[in-house]
Design a protein around this ligand. Structure first.
Ligand SMILES: O=C(O)C(=O)C[C@H](O)[C@H](O)COP(=O)(O)O
Length: 316
């Protein structure tokens, strides 16, 4: 039984050795990234049983991601290495302020070999929550059918669905993103979105209007990620807001949203109240930005509790 399952395209992520335009960066560090996999890593480090459905290239990079993922304690029984499809790559540019740009090489993604028929129904029957994002369906048109099928299986087996729009306009158009994600919205229980993405989906940045859409689609919870402004949750007609947690240092902001998602998922699966979920998830986001790499900064439970002042760790 897994608490959380997710479906995604992972990449070897090359982190630059220096900040500034990538054209001037001459050395990179090989890391692992991918929106859905980052969330899976975050959930696993917090202690949730987590499974990842994917396809990787049958190549050295694919083997590295497979072993790395397994090393994080994530179930990889639904991951296969495919001959003839190179593992996806992502070169990152990091600004002096920690902001990130991505340069993807993922048009022949091994996940384009994942079919709706290959989804294992038992994997859904034995899960509590399915996490999906807008990245995987943007990588290949066929991946949209895979998510359609995953949503049907989740619905059939009473598995909650969390959606992070994670809209990557390098991978698909605004129209395609909007149509695809709104088609899934009636099945979504928890929407975890930034304000720009909410505007792209619902045509407004006005919180009151966004929550009207949440009501219309029957969402149980709408989480709004507001970066330095903190976050909000709308649930059962009530809007709760929490300021951002203090950030000790900003190294690399990429991955903070995924860290927030992992914190929210943990809280929801443990029936925490909204205030606690926001504080916890904000704290995780604030910790992720202090470390270079998309998922290196995702904390273990003890580390979050320590930063929240709820636990003392003996360091030496
Ligand atoms: O899979 C992709 O397309 C990526 O770009 C990988 C990134 O690590 C995450 O998507 C980070 O997303 P944020 O947490 O919103 O910064």
């Amino acid at each position: 039984m897994n608490d959380v399952i997710t479906i995604g395209d992972a990449m070897i992520t090359f982190d630059p050795s220096t900040t500034g335009p990538m054209r001037h960066v001459s050395s990179f560090t090989r890391k692992v990234g991918g929106a859905e996999l980052n969330v899976a890593i975050g959930c696993a480090r917090l202690g949730l049983k987590t499974g990842w459905i994917s396809r990787l290239g049958k190549d050295e990079f694919g083997r590295h991601i497979y072993n790395f993922t397994r090393g994080e304690g994530i179930d990889v029984s639904e991951v296969e290495l495919m001959e003839g499809f190179p593992t996806s790559l992502n070169f990152k540019e990091i600004g002096a302020d920690g902001s990130g740009k991505t340069f993807y090489y993922r048009h022949q993604s091994p996940t384009s070999t994942l079919t709706a028929e290959s989804l294992n129904e038992d994997y859904f029957r034995n899960a509590r929550l399915l996490h999906i994002t807008g990245v995987f369906p943007a990588v290949s048109d066929k991946n949209i059918e895979v998510i359609d099928a995953a949503i049907s299986l989740a619905e059939k087996h009473g598995v909650k669905i969390a959606l992070d729009p994670n809209i990557r306009l390098k991978l698909w158009s605004e129209d395609k993103a909007r149509t695809t994600l709104l088609n899934w919205m009636p099945y979504v229980d928890y929407l975890l979105t930034g304000l720009d993405e909410a505007e792209l989906l619902f045509g407004t940045r006005e919180i009151g209007e966004i929550t009207e859409h949440a009501k219309k689609y029957g969402l149980s919870h709408l989480f709004l990620k507001l970066g330095a402004e903190g976050s909000m949750v709308w649930t059962q007609g009530e809007l709760i807001e929490k300021p951002a947690e203090e950030v000790e240092m900003i190294a690399d902001t990429v991955g903070a949203g995924d860290g927030f998602d992992a914190g929210v998922i943990y809280g929801l699966l443990n029936d925490w109240n909204s205030e606690r979920i926001l504080t916890f998830a904000n704290k995780i986001g604030s910790m992720v930005v202090g470390v270079y790499g998309d998922n290196e900064g995702l904390p273990y439970m003890d580390e979050v509790l320590e930063k929240l002042g709820e636990k003392t760790l003996i360091e030496r």
